[in-house]
Design a protein around this ligand. Sequence first.
Ligand SMILES: C[S@@+](CC[C@H](N)C(=O)[O-])C[C@H]1O[C@@H](n2cnc3c(N)ncnc32)[C@H](O)[C@@H]1O
Length: 272
Amino acid sequence: MNSSKSDLERLVLSVQKSGKYRHVYRELIARIGQAELEKRSSLKAAIKATKNKLHQVGGVYLGEKAQYTHWLATLRQAKSEGENTFREACRQIMEYHTSTRERVPFLQSFYSSILAELPPVQSVADIACGFHPLAIPWMSLARGATYFAYDIFEDLTEFLNAFFSLTSIEGQARTCDVLYSPPTPSVDLAYLLKAIPCLEQLERTAGKTLLSQIAARHLVVSFPIHSLGGRRDKGMLSYYEKHFKSLVANTPWTIKRRFLFTNELVFLLQRS
Ligand SMILES: C[S@@+](CC[C@H](N)C(=O)[O-])C[C@H]1O[C@@H](n2cnc3c(N)ncnc32)[C@H](O)[C@@H]1O
């Protein structure tokens, strides 16, 4: 099919009309849409395929309509009641992102294990962050540390910017497609948590591309290793382990440590 500019424009408008994708970074809709228009026989089929792809890479993680205004009010109230109440509110809100949620049962041991050997962390980049910045209270970052967070949902990044103002760190969330407008701040630590399998659905070479672009001294990369039922899946574990080692080969990264949590395989890397 011939993909004229107006078809692409119509596709983007149609996708944005659907409540679920209204806040998705426009350039990402257009990029997926362009590829689908080239593959499909009709505009209607291309719109449907674009929505499916956006569901796979983003929509699937956000359950019911996100309640950012309400969550922000909860966080503000909790903050005024003290640090423990604030943490509890963060924990509860993380439950609304199906990927970030999976880490909630072991937040304390997660950061105390993976960050144990690092010098005080002054700056962080969180790539394809989801709700992960809400775990900042567990990260023991240096006071006044900077935290850059990136995701495709405009309303999510707005919410995160308001959340940052309630913490002691200098945060900045940006809406972008990390594959096409890659964030490249130079930081002490970058997180690429459960993002490679997701981004490889958009671009087969996403993992390799990101490893070559991330400008950090240390990098934490993780993979989901559970089946739909929630049990650890040995096949996924060995597949991602092998896959990741092949991605790291011939890059400036060295794997320093490997951690196995109930449902997540984590690597700590250092730039050599
Ligand atoms: C599996 S979730 C991981 C979330 C978070 N890193 C965590 O582990 O808690 C993948 C996240 O990537 C985001 N995402 C998908 N495609 C992206 C892209 N091209 N650029 C930036 N973020 C993207 C999704 O919106 C989603 O929040």
